[in-house]
Ligand binder design. Sequence first.
Ligand code: MN
Length: 199
Amino acid sequence: MPKKKFSLAQYKERRKFKRTPEPKGKKARKKPDEPIFVIQEHHASRIHWDLRLEIKGVLVSWAIPKGPSLNPAIRRIAIMTEDHPIEYAGFEGVIPKGMYGAGPVMVWDTGTFENKNIRNKKPVPLHQGLEDGYLEFFLHGTKLQGSFVLIKPNFEDGQKEWLLIKRKDKYASKKRKPVNTQKKSALTGRTMARIRREG
Ligand code: MN
């Protein structure tokens, strides 16, 4: 299968930085001790949650129409989108009308994560996991904790559909639905309505 390129070219191509408050994204940072993740609730033409994991100096991104679930029996579709700059993890605000992804964006959850992908007793690097179509990681967020897997079930050309599944651990739950019950920003405590108003 084709190797994934880590690049902000598509991100930059899609945006007019004079008109959108989103970060330009200059720097790809060096390998950190603890990579970061962010989940942004995004009320664009359709509501979705964008999961972004720091891999190779960028935020590798998936759009999850229904958001993450804590129930290991539930598979959530996650569509891979363009890589975003690291600074995007701190972006909360309103993308103006007419711009790509127009609508308010909330930092719903953020924190660090650990790569838990192990094969033949050896850790599999994140970029290798992307190529294999299998990532396993432990989130240390404010709303989400515990292990998740992202699996790419279909390797046909151009296929961007992955599945996000909660692993069985003490953080799994069939009852808790944080996407529906924890509706405030992890960054500013604001509601989506307030972000929409204040920008
Ligand atoms: Mn989005």
